[in-house]
Design a protein around this ligand. Structure first.
Ligand code: PMV
Length: 341
């Protein structure tokens, strides 16, 4: 083995049509599609020594992390059946996120995709990869955290079997390619409404969709929204784009509000921002729209040509609703990158 260390940076992503609900083991109940981001990423170095048995040490931001370690151990446990070689090595993981710790931005998509890419490099050196590199990285990332499988491709990635998406599968994401140029430089400003842990995890949220009164309707709507967005992404119809992503965000949160037990991750400031964005769009002939993750923060999505308008809107109207006035300027990105150790 030539090297015993690899380093990858991998970005977060924001879903346009949301994955919400699981089937089987880490398989999505519906297809989803996301923008890969650029500035919010995880930088992970994985090193290893052959010791004859498995162990892993985890450092987050330069300090031993007992909180993150069980997630990493679980990930390795879940993939060892596919790659038994892993059980003979002691691994050491050093990882850091560019976005502020406890900003309320999920680190699982970037964190798990970075880890999966590192593991794939390890396997590749041993000529053990079962599939093409990125496809296998996506497959493994999905086992770590569903939405993470979309982060291994730049620009846009689709995950989940859907008749309109050729070669789509539940097992891994695929890059989405038929894209109008307006989306190559799309902006995402993340308005931080709630910093810190959310009250109900995504894992619990997915589970609450089983036997939800609107479960079947949700899967139908998600499927038809996937059909709609494919056309929108190809034609660059931004009126339709704004309408569809906002509907998806609100549907995701309405499913949470109508779960049993019901819960709410949006906060009054989330709603205030949403209202301001809609008013502004109507009055200013632009395409500034919102989407939401499973949390209170608002992702404001807009084309590059609306940057000045977005800045004005944030400064005059939206900043006041952000926690400590904070927001993160991100945009669509090119996907993960292998770095020098
Ligand atoms: O990947 P998970 O299990 O954290 O679920 C993510 C679900 C959403 O972020 C709400 C939607 C999505 O498709 O990313």
């Amino acid at each position: 083995m030539s090297e015993n260390k690899v380093r990858w940076k991998s970005p977060s992503n924001i879903a346009l049509v949301k994955y919400w609900g699981k089937k089987g083991f880490q398989l999505p109940a519906n297809a989803s599609i996301s923008f890969t981001l650029s500035e919010c990423f995880t930088d992970t170095t994985l090193s290893w020594v052959e010791t004859g048995s498995f162990d892993v040490e985890v450092e987050l931001h330069g300090e031993k992390s007992e909180a993150f370690k069980p997630k990493v151990e679980k990930f390795f446990n879940n993939i060892t059946e596919r790659y038994p070689i892993l059980s003979r090595f002691t691994f050491s993981l050093q990882t850091s996120n560019t976005f502020p710790h406890s900003s309320g931005i999920a680190s699982s998509a970037s964190g798990m995709s970075a880890l999966a890419l590192c593991v794939c490099s390890f396997l590749d050196q041993n000529e053990l990869l079962k599939q093409e590199f990125y496809r296998e990285a996506s497959y493994l990332a999905r086992i770590g955290s569903g939405s993470a499988c979309r982060s291994v491709y730049g620009l846009l990635a689709e995950w989940g079997e859907h008749p309109d998406y050729t070669n789509s599968t539940d097992e891994a994401a695929i890059p989405h390619v038929d894209v109008h140029p307006v989306f190559n430089t799309y902006q995402d400003t993340i308005l931080l409404v709630h910093e810190g842990q959310k009250s109900v995890s995504s894992t619990a949220g997915h589970a609450l969709l089983n036997n939800h009164p609107f479960e079947d309707q949700r899967y139908q709507v998600a499927g038809s929204n996937m059909t709609r967005i494919k056309k929108i992404l190809a034609t660059g119809d931004l009126d339709e784009f704004c309408e569809l992503i906002e509907y998806e965000a609100l549907m995701l949160h309405s499913l949470m509000m109508t779960s049993n037990p019901s819960y709410m991750l949006v906060e009054p400031n989330t709603l205030a921002i949403i209202q301001k964005i809609r008013e502004y769009r109507k009055q200013n002939n632009c395409h500034i729209a919102f989407t939401l993750d499973a949390g209170a923060n608002v992702h404001m999505l807009y084309p590059e040509r609306d940057i000045d308008k977005a800045k004005a809107l944030i400064d005059t109207e939206l900043k006041q609703y952000c926690s400590n006035g904070r927001y993160i300027c991100d945009k669509v990105g090119q996907g993960p990158e292998k770095l020098k150790c």
